[in-house]
Design a protein around this ligand. Structure first.
Ligand code: FHN
Length: 425
């Protein structure tokens, strides 16, 4: 299947980076917005039409992130145990991180930085053996007069949405050609679109044009459901390759079609200088393992700073996940749900292509004496704590396996116990 690399990977790093990374949630000394989404700053605050476009656009003159080092970023992504990287090639503000030929509102033509961010990331991903994907805001575009937007423009204050004709201009002059530029110029392994509700202008016919073009130019490039098929296409998600859940939505059920949850490290996607509500690594690890055990991926977002760095709290979390993945990656990569009911002490994963192992993800330090696990379809041949290599005793009792717990669990967040399964029933 052309989605195999994606379902094998299980863990990716997402990144929101653009002009909004400079104000980082604060405008004229005030925190903006009802929510904490720093990348929405253009449409937050009390301005009836958002921050005036010319004022927002002027941020480009200050965009000079000289600390940006694609190799250093990808070294962190790789070290975290992720297999792919995804970045906002263009977010809702309409600003492109590559030298687009159809809009000079881009990092090379409009900023003193003048470097092709996507080309540098492409090369760094290749050097580090990572797949690269692009977020492209195809629906919302707050720079083009024809893009969808949450507030009316000054020129048409009576309506919040562009007319069909204005939208068509946007679609043919900016959206379609820019997506083609991404495909032809940077060979992404996947595209991540970001529509989340029904929209009159995002018609099935326009979606078909976009999807057909992508399939034509890059048949292997994966497409996510937030392209809008869920709400705006009569065929639903049959035309896309994987489902995207809502922001920070972690389903409690198994889903057959490949899927992912994109999640934040704090409350914002873009860097927010006032948001210190960082999630603890134990939560991030639980999100990862929980999704894998339900057949899903986890795309953990980072918001690089306006000068191009990954900030301290971000780095520490990536490195703590990496330390855990260094030991336990085999229980994540290439794994999916085990054919077993969910235990009350955590979850069970198994390699998707072979039936020779189960991985027991034991959450918390609470399992003191023994661990009861559903009986696998094949006999248990060995039982090992991955982190310490300690062999544990076990016995089969009816339809369960009772495992003698180690004296202490080496990782009180999630310790992985591997069951090697032998031949036969
Ligand atoms: O509006 C965007 C938001 O800024 C961010 O990009 C997230 C990521 O999933 N998507 C939209 C909201 O769901």
């Amino acid at each position: 299947m052309h989605t195999d690399w994606f379902t094998d990977a299980r863990f990716g790093i997402f990144s929101h980076w653009g002009l909004y990374s400079l104000p980082a949630g604060v405008w004229d000394g005030e925190r903006m917005g009802g929510n904490w989404y720093a990348e929405w700053i253009q449409m937050q605050g009390n301005w009836p039409h958002g921050i005036p476009l010319e004022t927002y656009r002027a941020l480009a003159a200050d965009f000079n992130p000289t600390a940006f080092d694609a190799d250093a970023w990808m070294a962190e992504v790789k070290n975290a145990g992720a297999a792919y990287f995804l970045i906002t090639a263009k977010h809702h503000d309409g600003f492109a991180l590559w030298p687009s030929r159809v809009s000079d509102y881009n990092v090379v033509d409009a900023t003193p930085f003048g470097r092709d961010v996507l080309a540098e990331l492409r090369a760094a991903c290749d050097r580090h053996g990572l797949r690269l994907g692009f977020y492209y805001s195809h629906w919302m575009d707050w720079e083009h007069p024809g893009g969808a937007r949450p507030k009316a423009t000054e020129s048409a204050p009576e309506r919040t949405q562009p007319s069909d004709a204005e939208y068509e201009t946007y679609w043919t002059e900016k959206c379609l050609p820019q997506v083609r530029e991404l495909l032809e110029g940077y060979a992404p392994a996947f595209l991540w679109f970001d529509n989340w509700r029904a929209d009159d202008n995002l018609t099935a016919e326009r979606l078909d044009r976009l999807i057909d073009m992508i399939r034509d130019v890059a048949p292997d490039c994966l497409i996510n459901s937030r392209i809008g098929t869920t709400w705006n296409h009569p065929d639903g998600d049959a035309r896309v390759d994987y489902l995207s859940m809502g922001d920070n939505e972690f389903p409690d059920r198994m889903i057959e079609q490949p899927w992912e949850t994109s999640g934040t490290l704090n409350r914002s996607w873009g860097h927010h200088r006032l948001d210190h509500a960082w999630l603890p690594p134990r939560t991030l690890l639980a999100n990862l393992v929980g999704n894998v055990s339900r057949n899903g991926n986890y795309q953990l977002n980072v918001g690089p700073t306006g000068d191009g760095r990954l900030c301290g709290p971000t780095l520490r979390r990536l490195r703590e996940i990496g330390a855990w993945m260094h030991i336990n990656h085999e229980a994540v990569r290439g794994c999916g749900p085990a054919p077993a009911p969910r235990p009350d002490w955590g979850s069970i994963t198994a390699p998707t292509k072979t039936g020779d192992r189960w991985y027991l993800h034991v959450t918390g330090p609470g399992q003191t004496a023994s661990l009861t696990c559903p009986r696998p379809p094949r006999p248990v041949a060995a039982c090992t704590v991955l982190e310490t290599g300690e062999a544990l005793d076990w016995r089969t009792v009816d339809d369960t396996v009772r495992i003698t717990a180690p004296e202490t669990w080496p990782d009180e967040r999630i310790t992985v116990v591997r069951l090697d399964l032998g031949e036969g029933p």
